[in-house]
Every structure is written in structure tokens, then in C-alpha cells.
Write a protein that binds this ligand. Structure first.
Ligand SMILES: [Zn+2]
Length: 136
């Protein structure tokens, strides 16, 4: 359902902008909360995507493994929000709830991380099971 070319297809309540759909949308922000909950961290959602991407966030630790998984998680959130938005706009698709989308985010992040050299001794299911334990 497309209400207006400038209307957010995720919350259907605000005008769409890059920072809105990826950070501040009431739908998208649930993904960031789920991520922070899983890594047992707190965080003030940045105003802009640039600020988020330029922050050296160490919720998973300082090791290379932690940075790789964090990068995969952030990329998976952005990618899944973008896919969800586009499917809602361009296909006959009503969308999934944030809980289901979080499952997809976590799967793709774990999959991407599992094929890196940093995780060559960690299985996909181990990463999916416990993000924090996977980086130890
Ligand atoms: Zn929105």
C-alpha cells in the first residue's frame, strides 16, 4: 500500500527520509532495540545514519571478531529495512512485524559473519544462539 510517494511505508505515520526509515521510524527502531537487548547494551539512537556508521560502538567487545559481527548486524538491519520498505511499496505485500524482521536480520548477520575468517571455528547456529558468546 502506497499512500504517498513521500510517506513512510513502514509506519505509515511520518514522511519518509533516510534517517527516518533507518533510525527513527517506530517500526525500524524496534530492530535497534532488539539488537541492543541481545547484546545487553544501551544506546541513544543517533540523529543521523552517518553518525551511527561513524561511531565505534563496542557493545560486542573490542576484538576483531566483535567488530566483524557488529558490522554484519548493522548492515543486516539496514538491508532488511530497505527490502521490507521496497516490498511494501512495489509488491502486493502487507509486510511482517518487527519481531519477524529481527529474525531475518539476525539470520543474515550470523550467516555473513560465519563465512568470514574471524568465525571459521564458529558455526552459524552458535552465532544465532548467542551473539555475545559467539565473539568470545
Ligand atoms: Zn516510518
Amino acid at each position: 500500500m502506497c499512500l504517498s510517494p513521500h510517506w513512510c511505508s513502514l509506519c505509515k505515520a511520518k514522511e519518509e527520509s533516510v534517517n527516518h526509515i533507518f533510525l527513527h521510524c517506530s517500526y525500524s527502531i524496534q530492530l535497534w532495540w532488539k539488537l541492543l537487548q541481545e547484546v545487553k547494551a544501551s544506546w541513544v539512537i543517533p540523529k543521523e545514519c552517518f553518525e551511527l556508521l561513524s561511531t565505534n560502538f563496542k557493545a560486542l567487545g573490542k576484538r576483531k571478531k566483535s567488530k566483524v559481527l557488529w558490522g554484519c548486524l548493522v548492515a543486516a538491519i539496514f538491508w532488511n529495512i530497505w527490502l521490507e520498505r521496497n516490498k511494501r511499496i512495489f509488491e502486493d505485500y502487507t509486510g511482517v512485524g518487527a519481531e519477524e524482521l529481527w529474525g531475518r536480520v539476525k539470520y543474515w548477520a550470523a550467516f555473513w559473519a560465519s563465512v568470514t575468517k574471524e568465525f571459521n571455528n564458529v558455526s552459524l547456529s552458535q552465532i544465532l544462539w548467542d551473539l555475545l558468546a559467539a565473539v568470545k
